[in-house]
Design a protein around this ligand. Structure first.
Ligand code: DX5
Ligand code: ZN
Length: 214
């Protein structure tokens, strides 16, 4: 299976988003990664339902919504109507098992995300409730940060445990993915690469082609 690409629009020019999304579609990406930040769980505020509602009207790409919000169980219904994958953080203060179940009940595939401070073993018992696991390779909150190599061992540990439990779960990695780091992430077990600043540049097509070649 070739690696899937989920571009994060966080580094885009929001007033030029529709043509950029069309360029991404033409380049053959797999889904669109939408970073929702509330200024509480992370020290930054991005966008929420109204912007996602507009994006949904302009693309048929699957939406991969990454909620970086406090107590996300309060907002599952609100985002589920747009999401193909809906992701919550393990550290965000909700009952994680209940929230993952609620995501699936509402329709999307459930994604569990871990920050750099969380050990993969902490989420092993929750894996049967997940369709995707997202390993953050930067501190969540901002694009353009450097990849943390500690994510590589986490990806491999999760890959092995997913196999051991006989589960069908995609492994996604988010933060600092570029020419220098992407191959290591794939070799460590990543199935889905999120990339923001690497793709929203004047080399969008060239850099997508590079990621697809891995
Ligand atoms: C950070 C976000 C990322 C971010 C990635 O909190 O979750 O999706 O946009 O940006 P790059 O690829 O520039 O690290
Ligand atoms: Zn993200």
């Amino acid at each position: 299976m070739s690696v899937k690409i989920s571009p994060s629009i966080l580094s885009s020019d929001f007033l030029n988003l529709i043509p950029d999304i069309k360029r991404l579609e033409d380049a053959g990406i797999d889904m669109l990664h939408l970073d929702v930040m509330d200024g509480i769980f992370v020290p930054n505020i991005s966008f929420g339902v109204p912007v996602i509602d507009s994006i949904k009207k302009h693309t048929s790409l699957p939406l991969d919504i990454h909620l970086m919000i406090d107590r996300p169980h309060r907002y599952i219904e609100a985002f589920a109507k747009y999401a193909d994958y809906l992701g919550i953080h393990f550290e965000a203060g909700s009952d994680v098992a209940e929230t993952l179940k609620k995501i699936r009940e509402c329709g999307p595939k459930a994604c569990l995300t871990i920050k750099p401070c969380t050990k993969p073993q902490e989420i092993f018992p929750l894996l049967p409730l997940c369709d995707m696991v997202l390993v953050m390779s930067v501190e969540p909150g901002f694009g353009g940060q450097s990849f943390m190599p500690s994510a590589l061992d986490k990806l491999t540990a999760l890959k092995n445990e997913i196999e051991r439990q006989g589960l069908n779960i995609l492994l996604e990695v988010d933060g600092g993915i570029n020419k220098e780091t992407a191959a290591d992430a794939v070799n460590a077990g990543a199935d889905v690469l999120v990339a923001g600043s690497f793709l929203f540049s004047d080399k969008m097509n060239e850099n997508i082609a590079f990621l697809k070649s891995l």
